[in-house]
Design a protein around this ligand. Structure first.
Ligand code: FAD
Length: 318
């Protein structure tokens, strides 16, 4: 079912969902099921599976020469989605990224997703590869998520790249996109970022999932600004509790967000990592209660493969 329909059918009740990473190359699906099982009691209507672009590694040959080869650490977003849908009968939402795909490959990927019965996709530009200093589009691929949204929308309207491939049905994907309450780090200002967010919605995105944040006022202001700008789709807050003291540095560095002083000082005052986790979970429980009262349609958790903190939060909320 489409995510917008799950939200409509909930009649104002806040839903629970989460995101996980596909398994590392060569690992079985068991790790994924172990990460999902503890969270199924909270009835997620959908589960997101991220997509990690290939990076480069250097392979040394017998003659000593180094060869730069493309390497994917977590190759199986689509297979993971199929396994989740098969076992749990919930909607799996693959993240579809611009990086690493040319337009033909994107079209083929979408045809496979439709064939598997997948109804939703999260259309993203994707992160830069670790070996690149900034995002590098694939030749004949998309440079921005809005272009990817446009391609999916075209297929939803029966417009494929080539009209000589026979009888192809229209796809019917519900398209989600990313939004940044604290601004995307490459954007010169919030207004410019909103201009492109609006473009993604105008081109066919039907829901937004936000980057994580630790101050609900940022989400509130973001929703208000969306509405002022004529962006009227559901805005799903993306959430992750702080679970280690190192995250006071790593989360702002990687995700370009602010951690409120009250939270950072509480973490710094902790005597053990166990205490940090307890503080982080308590903060997130309070955030979730407030978001639910604000009418957030879904509380969506970035589990990063560890279900335990999300489970504690969900037990307090759902
Ligand atoms: P875009 O919407 O394309 O925006 C990127 C930047 O370009 C922004 O600064 C925007 O303002 C600007 N911009 C947009 N359009 C234009 C234009 N036409 N001209 C000029 N500037 C423009 N990354 C992964 O690799 N895999 C994942 O699975 C993944 N999942 C994610 C899930 C969520 C919910 C979120 C919030 C992020 C996720 N990311 C993932 C990270 C995301 O790919 C990065 O944040 C990336 O840097 C931007 O992606 P985007 O889709 O927001 O890009």
């Amino acid at each position: 079912m489409k995510i917008v329909d799950h939200i409509k059918n909930a009649n104002g009740k806040t839903l629970f969902s989460f995101e996980l990473l596909p398994p590392i190359k060569g690992q079985s699906i068991k790790g994924i099921f172990d990460a999902i099982d503890p969270l199924m009691e909270f009835n997620p209507p959908f589960i997101d599976v991220t997509y990690l672009r290939e990076d480069y590694i250097y392979k040394q040959h017998a003659n000593g020469l180094l060869e730069k080869v493309a390497y994917r650490k977590r190759p199986s977003t689509v297979a993971t989605c199929a396994a989740i849908m098969n076992k749990y009968k919930v909607d799996a939402v693959p993240h579809l990224i611009c990086g690493g795909f040319n337009k033909d490959e994107t079209e083929n990927a979408l045809i496979d997703l439709q064939f598997l019965g997948i109804d939703n996709v999260l259309a993203l530009r994707g992160d830069a590869r670790k070996s690149d200093s900034s995002f590098v589009p694939t030749p004949d691929g998309h440079a921005y998520a809005s272009e990817l949204v446009s391609q999916v929308s075209d297929m939803n309207n029966g417009r494929y790249l080539h009209d000589d491939i026979g009888e192809l049905e229209r796809t019917d994907f519900c398209i989600g996109v990313a939004g940044y309450p604290e601004k995307h780090f490459e954007s010169p200002n919030l207004d410019t970022d909103f201009k492109y967010l609006k473009l993604k919605v105008d081109l066919g995105a039907e829901f937004i999932v936000t980057q994580m944040f630790f101050d609900n006022q940022k989400y509130k202001a973001f929703v208000e600004k969306c509405r002022e700008n004529g962006i009227n789709v559901p805005i799903i807050p993306g959430l992750k509790p702080i679970t280690s003291s190192k995250q006071l540095v790593s989360l702002p560095k990687v995700f370009h967000l602010d951690i409120p002083v009250e939270l950072s000082e509480a973490v710094q005052a902790c005597k053990s990592e166990k205490d940090v986790k307890a503080i982080g979970i308590e903060w997130m429980i309070n955030q979730c209660k407030e978001l639910r009262d604000m009418g957030a349609p879904v509380l969506h958790f970035y589990t990063m493969g560890n279900p335990e903190p999300t489970k504690k939060i969900a037990q307090a909320i759902f």
